[in-house]
Design a binder for this molecule. Structure first.
Ligand SMILES: Cc1ncc(COP(=O)(O)O)c(C=O)c1O
Length: 436
């Protein structure tokens, strides 16, 4: 396993401050407009200062749909002005920025740009992937009961068209007591020779459980040892609540596909996302929407077949909200400046502090596992009395922004992220104790 290139645990705090600031002024690639000046404050406070979240509130749901940090806001604004001034000219002059966005995403993921398809959201990525993957009648699309609506629905639609069967299994009985062994053995028992797709979610927005993806991938790898071609099971991950929180790259996770929005924990432009695929695995997916990749268009003009890398072939064409898509480059560069490992450590430290406070007791149960191997940035609570929505409203009156899980079993949900600090976390603990 390759060490992450930006694993900067050894970087001193001062270097981090300088790097975090420097990335905000780093010039873009050729043709990219100049990026914004660095803030004057330092460290994590400097990171927080990049956001325009409402003052006086402690926001534990900022990741739900990203608040844009300054480098992203500035890039969007520059492109918006250019597009409004002369759409045709601006698009002609800046079309290369899509390649730049893909290249920046690939640097962040430590992969090749040709393996990355750009989308508008996690949901679009899941739809494209599960719609396009080659599946035969009688094969199984395996998922879990903990997954989000978008995965379940994309699989249901696919099964309806192919005669494949959707199978949903529980990977753990109770989130509070989930263990790596329980999760891996549950998956092993569910996989059969008919399994074609294993559709899982890195961090469950239902319970906050983070799956032990590497261990699951090893189990799938073992299963695939005796299989080839369309008989192989493909491990596909909705990564949206791990992407931008955890440090692992898709190669390190060992998955075949990683699907994510860039507009949650990454704090990239709203309306952006991606699908990363292993090179050989992409060969098992048919594109659904015509790409606008230059070479594919040129092939159409010349009457030949397009020969473009999978990531470009699988990127839906048509015109987009380009000011947002083109701001992906600055977003990824900013995040690389912060460092994947450093953001992971920061998020886990805030979650740990929250857990310490909550575990001192109250009229609620924390359902998300405490173990950092089985949790990321989401912490779910079950109030002993009353509705979680009433708790959210009461917290709101105390200027704490939380949310309710959008599942049949509803929990109170807090997600400390890089927009928060220790003070926010302590205030949230006090408020939760007060209102429940
Ligand atoms: C696990 C999971 N996947 C996907 C989504 C949808 O993400 P997007 O808005 O990027 O489609 C959500 C919630 O919004 C989610 O919780």
């Amino acid at each position: 396993m390759a060490a992450p290139r930006d694993d900067n645990r050894s970087v001193k705090r001062r270097d981090f401050v300088l790097r975090a600031a420097a990335v905000a002024v780093a010039p873009g690639a050729v043709g990219a407009p100049t990026e914004a000046a660095a803030p004057s404050v330092t460290g994590w406070a400097a990171v927080r200062a990049q956001f325009e979240l409402r003052r006086g509130e402690r926001n534990f749901a900022a990741w739900y749909l990203a608040s844009h940090p300054k480098p992203v806001r500035d890039a969007i604004e520059r492109h918006r002005r250019g597009l409004d001034a002369s759409p045709h000219e601006y698009v002609e002059q800046h079309a290369g920025l899509e390649d730049e966005a893909r290249a920046a995403a690939a640097r962040y993921l430590e992969t090749e740009p040709g393996q990355v398809a750009l989308t508008d959201s996690t949901t679009m990525g899941l739809g494209l992937l599960y719609n396009g993957v080659r599946v035969g009648p009688g094969q199984e699309l395996l998922t879990s009961v903990h997954d989000f609506y978008a995965t379940h629905e994309a699989l249901r639609l696919r099964a309806a068209r192919t005669g494949a069967r959707v199978k949903k299994v529980a990977l753990y009985r109770r989130p509070e007591t989930a263990s790596v062994d329980e999760i891996v053995s549950s998956l092993e028992k569910a996989v059969t020779p008919k399994t074609r797709v294993i559709a899982l979610t890195w961090v469950h927005s239902s319970t906050g459980v983070k799956l032990p993806v590497r261990e699951l991938a090893a189990a799938v790898h073992d299963h695939n040892r005796r299989r080839a071609g369309a008989g192989r099971a493909l491990l596909c991950l909705d990564g949206v609540h791990g992407f931008g929180v955890e440090a692992q790259t898709p190669e390190e996770l060992g998955v075949d596909f990683l699907v994510s929005g860039c507009h949650k924990w990454l704090f990239g432009p709203r309306g952006t996302g991606l699908v990363w695929g292993r090179r050989e695995a992409w060969a098992d997916v048919e594109p659904a929407i015509p790409t606008f990749a230059r070479d594919a268009y040129a092939a159409w003009l010349s009457g030949s077949r397009p020969a473009v890398p999978a990531g470009l072939l699988q990127t839906p064409g048509g015109f987009h909200s380009f000011e947002h898509r083109w701001a992906l480059g600055p977003a990824f560069r900013w995040r690389l400046g912060l460092g994947r490992a450093r953001v992971a450590a920061r998020t886990h430290a805030l979650v740990h502090r929250l857990r310490e406070g909550l575990d001192r007791g109250g009229r609620f149960t924390v359902v998300t596992p405490r173990d950092a191997a089985l949790s990321a940035g989401l912490v779910m609570l079950r109030p002993h009395e009353g509705d979680p929505a009433d708790v959210v409203a009461a917290l709101g009156r105390r200027k704490i922004v939380a949310s309710v899980t959008p599942y049949r079993e509803r929990y109170l949900r807090l997600g400390p992220s890089i927009v928060n600090d220790e003070d926010d976390v302590d205030a949230a603990v006090r408020a939760i104790r007060d209102v429940m």
